[in-house]
Design a protein around this ligand. Sequence first.
Ligand code: DAH
Length: 344
Amino acid sequence: MKEMLAKIRENAALEISAINIDSEEAKNLLEDARVKYLGKKGELTSVLRGMGGLSPEMRPVIGQVSNEVREFIEKEVEEKKNLIAQRETARRLEKEVIDVTMPGKRNTSGRLHPLTQVLTEIEDIFIGLGFEIAEGPEVELDYYNFEALNIPKNHPARDTQDTFYINDNIVLRTQTSPMQIRVMEKTKPPIRIIAPGRVYRSDAVDATHSPLFHQIEGLVIDKGVTMADLKGSLELFAKKLYGEDAVIRFRPHHFPFTEPSAEVDICCFSCGGKGCRLCKGEGWIEILGAGMVHPKVLETCGVDPKEYSGFAFGLGLERIVMRRFDINDMRLLYENDLRFLKQF
Ligand code: DAH
């Protein structure tokens, strides 16, 4: 039995030392060898099983030798294991080496689109005046976009606001004004909201037209609201947006959903009213439409015109942005060309 144990020792040593520590298999091969020699059904165990047949004098001798062999193989396995682990670490370090002299990756941060920048500014102004922000659908019922705003089916105002019809009753909204109706239907006065959003018209694309653009609607409904409140609010707004020197004027106009209606101009901030290229020699630049909410519109929404009155206004975001940043072609705002957008 001594010879058998010696043979096991020799074979184990050979097998373990033959394992190539560079090989991906090394770990598995070593475990296989360990099981083969030391495992429960391993060679060493099966030799020890035969100890029963030994004489009482030989038993302790063989027991001692087999213990030595076991310890020897365990040590061999342990040493090989460490070698493999060391080699693995060395390989990983080699692969994951970081060259600290390489230039870093630059983090480019984006920025807000000029339309968003100015919209946020306008929202902040109105929030400061006690307004809340309301949002509504861009795919809108004909009823909200036209009918309830006192623009019946055959009204000429529909010609200037031709749009995309989903069917006879559903359109892409041509204005943010339908939000007046939606808010009044849902909210009891006092109401003080602005409703920004996309609007659509079937206009051909050119430097000043786009089938998609943005408006900001305003609506105030309360007891005793007058034209003076409208003027005061818009004057405040103009001064906040264009500076304390800003001057506005009201020009009579017609909108089906307001009475009286006005277009509001700002005194040209480039020439101070003398007339220049920016204001096309007029001295004034139109910035929005406004008026006192038509009693018919109030009634349609279940608001009693004898008890309540209010004003509304609507402004185009693109025009304000284009003038603010001196952009001469509206298309630039939608083309997502970073060379353009990075300038703002
Ligand atoms: N919705 C109008 C348009 O697109 C703009 C407008 C005019 C809105 C007068 C209003 C208003 O709220 O009172 O031309």
